[in-house]
Design a protein around this ligand. Structure first.
Ligand code: PLP
Length: 231
């Protein structure tokens, strides 16, 4: 089933790129494997998938340490400073930095491990109270401050759009994130590339691609519904 699901999602990605006049090579599918067992990840690995997303630090650490080294792990969940040690040195990209306090913890752990951590700034575009992420009008100031940390490189922005019945309703959210990233890119800040836009999940990744996503984070459409009851 995972093979068919992956093929279907990849087909939809190509079609969305076609509609938007984009090269499918610009869009990377992250298979969000949170809560799912190793065997399911191994099945996706057998299909050639190498980019996986996890939202719990210890779970990502365990999977990362048990599975092949060539996997790129994307940390997409809220990160507490006391869990940074599990993620730095393992994550290919940390998508969810939304405070200077967290960036400082990532900087310290990265310096200790002598690595550079690649990060995205999580923006709460829709201003939802329940969500993490920095406000749109505070993002530039945060980027400028984090850009001065020598063991961190800011690659772009991430957002989690609201849960909506019709994915089209999230189009303005994706458009606003893209606009913000273009504005920040225009400032040419040292140590900041702004080439990455992580946006779009199972319900709305096609719209996100039409609006410029370079990473889409898809779990349910690949691995099926998550069962939180068992955890
Ligand atoms: C769980 C999760 C996803 C994947 O959600 P689906 O709706 O299952 O595709 C994407 N991004 C983040 C940040 C998540 O926590």
């Amino acid at each position: 089933m995972i093979r068919e699901n992956l093929l279907k999602v990849e087909e939809n990605i190509k079609a969305a790129c076609g509609r938007a006049g984009r090269d499918p090579g610009e869009v990377t599918l992250i298979a969000v494997s949170k809560t799912k067992p190793m065997e399911m990840i191994e099945e996706a690995l057998a299909c050639g998938k190498r980019e996986f997303g996890e939202n719990k630090a210890q779970e990502m650490k365990e999977k990362c340490d048990a599975l092949p080294d060539d996997i790129k792990w994307h940390f997409i969940g809220h990160l507490q400073t006391n869990k940074v040690k599990y993620v730095v040195g393992r994550a290919f990209l940390i998508h969810s930095v939304d405070s200077y306090h967290l960036a400082e913890a990532i900087e310290a752990e990265s310096a200790k491990k002598d690595v550079v951590s690649h990060i995205l700034i999580e923006v709460n575009v829709a201003n939802e109270e329940s969500k993490f992420g920095i406000k749109v009008d505070e993002t530039l100031a945060l980027v400028e401050k984090i850009a001065l940390l020598p063991h961190i490189r800011i690659e772009g922005l991430m957002t989690i759009a609201p849960f909506v019945e019709n994915a089209q309703m999230n189009r303005p959210v994706f458009r606003d994130l893209r606009k913000l990233s273009v504005d920040i890119k225009g400032k040419n800040i040292d140590n900041v590339s702004m080439n990455v836009l992580s946006m779009g999940m199972t319900n709305d990744y096609e719209v996100a691609i039409e609006e410029g996503a370079t990473y889409v984070r898809v779990g349910t459409a690949i691995f099926g519904e998550r069962d939180y009851g068992k955890l």
